[in-house]
Design a protein around this ligand. Structure first.
Ligand code: GUN
Ligand code: FE
Length: 452
């Protein structure tokens, strides 16, 4: 008889496919010492009773449900300090008048520690168990963010941002020069890999050219080579706004996707934020190379003036997950972004497209369901990062949120207990607030809890 480090008994929701959420009603989840789910046992299976008899089982209370932890594919950690501010200026101006001045302050490690500590705690309290972070150009502060993730128990993938082009970036906030940018990125990769040796849930260095406009050709080429040499993740912004998209077209005579590919920056471990202006050829390139899209629906509404044709790229088999894009998106919650992903897709389907005859509206078959939005926040994020996370299934990490429908003063409106388990899932996805997230676990360790 096997023994497990942890056994949970309860009802869970997990994606079976991008379109389908599975309800595992009153299952047992057996977690090993490494924090991985080793067995998922259905009621009625002979092993169910045997496991109950030989283990101390943590039985979820009435009204409590398990969801996989959320995976945020795009967070600018320093921008947490300006969340909710300056959402009404265009991207280019926002970068230069608000964002770069703020990010430049992260040379101060004390300030960085305050902001990063608060952000990582907040994301965990919102159910985000894994986050793919942009830090700043500062190597030391970027390492500090990785250490804070490590200490707080979050699975952090962290990039020291590269912005080396003196023509495009302000003197007060950029890499000293291209050589330094590449050397510091390499050192950062080594330091985070070393830190990772003692971190159960994993912490990962990420090669991070901010976006093509901020980098020289030499830096982009060098970063592609570093990512290949060290086999690490890559992140950037791709075809986000009209301005950025047109800039790349002028500089290279091609779209971001092709340019990034030429520099060796697309691949299985690449996640590109936004991607609003991909065409079919770009999307095919993403699908072929295994490059993922970090979809940031709230940020897109504010800064990209665009809606990603999400359903179309999902049908093509492009890997897609969700990102908050703090602070171009104001909320730390992937629940909020899952809701917005559905809303935005509906606006694309039902909105007026002036290029169409007056009797036709929007783009047919654009809408996604809340089940698909949940997939993006969980399993889609895991696939995008090529990590065994985002599902409550054997071989996946025990990264979970315990949702309590009765917690937090705002009891969810489930009257008379008449909801089916499918209906409860919809209630959770649309109405859950941080008060309802009673516990958060990463890799078999509890990293957040709140009392009623
Ligand atoms: N493009 C380059 N930098 C940024 C950033 O910080 N946020 C967003 N949304 N787009 C960018
Ligand atoms: Fe961004």
């Amino acid at each position: 008889m096997k023994t497990y480090a942890l056994v949970f008994q309860g009802t869970a929701y997990t994606s079976k496919s991008p379109k389908e959420v599975e309800v595992l009603e009153n299952y047992l989840f057996c977690v090993n010492d490494d924090g991985m789910i080793e067995m998922v046992i259905a009621p009625g299976d002979p092993a169910y009773r045997a496991t109950q008899n030989t283990h101390e089982v943590r039985r979820l209370a009435e009204g409590q449900y398990l969801l996989p932890g959320f995976i945020d594919l795009h967070v600018h950690a320093p921008q947490w300090a300006q969340a909710g501010l300056a959402l009404d200026v265009p991207l280019y101006e926002w970068l230069h008048t608000h964002t770069f001045p703020l990010e430049s302050k992260f040379s101060d490690l004390e300030f960085a520690a305050d902001v990063y500590d608060d952000l990582v705690g907040t994301l965990l309290a919102n159910g985000t168990t894994t986050a793919l972070y942009f830090a700043t150009v500062h190597k030391e502060a970027s390492l500090l963010l990785a250490e804070i993730c490590a200490n707080k128990g979050q699975r952090g993938l962290v990039g020291k941002v590269v912005m080396d082009d003196p023509e495009q970036n302000p003197e007060y906030y950029r890499d000293a020069d291209t050589k330094t940018a590449l050397a510091e990125t390499e050192q950062f990769i080594r330091e985070v890999k070393q830190l990772a040796e003692s971190v159960k849930q994993g912490v990962y260095p990420v090669v991070t050219p901010r976006f093509i406009p901020s980098c020289t050709d030499e830096a982009l080429q060098g970063l592609g080579e570093l990512a290949a040499r060290y086999d690490v993740h890559i992140q950037s912004h791709c075809s986000e706004s009209d301005w950025a998209h047109e800039y790349v077209q002028k500089r290279f005579g091609k779209h971001d996707a092709a340019a990034l590919h030429d520099f060796g920056l697309l691949g299985q471990k690449s996640v590109m934020a936004h991607c609003n202006f991909l065409d079919d050829e770009d999307a095919d390139l993403f699908a072929r190379t295994g490059t993922a899209i970090g979809h940031c629906p709230l940020s897109n509404a504010y800064f990209a003036n665009g809606v990603l044709p999400l359903a179309r790229w999902m049908d093509k088999g492009v890997e897609i997950g969700l990102g908050t894009d703090i602070s171009a998106g104001y909320t730390p919650s992937l629940f909020d972004n899952a809701r917005q992903a559905v809303i935005s897709s509906r606006m694309l389907e039902d909105g007026v497209d002036t290029a169409l005859p007056a009797d036709r509206r929007g783009v047919p078959e654009s809408r996604i369901t809340i089940d698909e939005a949940f997939y993006l926040a969980t399993a889609g994020g895991g696939e995008s990062l090529s990590l065994p996370i985002g599902r409550l299934a054997e071989g996946y990490a025990w990264d979970v949120q315990i949702i309590d429908l009765t917690a937090g003063g705002m009891k969810l409106p489930v009257f008379g207990g008449g909801d089916s388990k499918r209906e409860l899932f919809q209630r959770i996805m649309y109405l859950c607030r941080p008060e309802h997230i009673r516990e958060v676990w990463v890799q078999g360790e509890m990293v957040h809890s709140r009392s009623r």
